[in-house]
Design a protein around this ligand. Sequence first.
Ligand code: SF4
Length: 365
Amino acid sequence: MIIYVHIPFCHRICPYCSFYKHTPGDTDIRAFLQTVLTEAKTAARSSALTEDISTLYLGGGTPSMLSPSHLRELFNGLHDVLPLAKTHITMEANPATFGHQKATLFKELGVNRASLGIQSFNSHVLKTLGREHSAEQAAESVHTLRNAGMDEINIDLMFSIPGQSEQDWQHSLNTAVSLKPDHISAYNLTYEEDTEFIKRLTNGDYQENEDTNAQQFQQAHHTLSHAGFHHYETSNYAQPGMESRHNQSYWLGHDYLGLGPSAVSTINGTRWKNLPDTAGYIQAINSLGHAKREAETIDAEAFRIERIALLLRTTSGLPKTYFKDSSQKFIENLLAEGLAKIENGRLTLINQGIMLVDSIAEQLV
Ligand code: SF4
């Protein structure tokens, strides 16, 4: 079992972001945190949490913008209601939201891994992305976490951003490598529904370019592989042994419990999403005892389709048990064209196949 906690607050809203988030406004943050703890306590009492909790991931939004007293209240409360003694804990952090004292607190509260949303080390690209922090602050935040004794640090980077040249991307990759993080996620920007960016794509201000996507993907693969990072998933690179445990559990299809507004859970073949509205979430938990919406059954076929989409992106590959007999010819062609290999009963994409993951997954479904 893995657990995700969604903290929906951000100081300001990035124009490409589609997660459920908002500025705190007049939200009573203490009441919100108490509500998350009530939800956690209810889950702990139910049959949902019968297994050990291997990982806890706090995302958002920006969990690191919580004040020290709010962070203490949240973490102490989670430790009180959930069996977290052996749990590996990741927290997302924005470089603009912490200094040495808070970084020391992260460590003291049991955070094992800080995941830094940096995206770029170029000032003009950060401006396009509407990020709150500067490039210098981003680099400094890695040192701050290290000095505070943080065990594992991830840096999130993004490519194919409007106005980001090949040189800009190379600068971001080189700077990230020079900071010696344990893990780097390098994502292709996607234009999501209901964002400022998709409006600008639709009205022609921004363009998508498949060649740029491919070229910048290769640039990341080349630079990070040469720097000793293992490219273990389409968008993820790790130093040996530093792969994201939480994400790996999710890709493998382990049950997960989501706490907080908009958080998704999948337990025993049922998936639901919490109400994506902070005020509504607080009210629902405190009056109904849950904030579940959009429940659906994940049957064996839905589970198989998800594993194809997620495991095909990894270097551990997709077990043969997920293939249909009718895919045999297609798989033989992939092998013959050098786009995939089969080892130990698992299909893994190689060479150009890695970039064609989405269309190959569609064919295997
Ligand atoms: S800081 Fe993160 S969660 Fe908040 S708006 Fe920006 S990308 Fe989205």
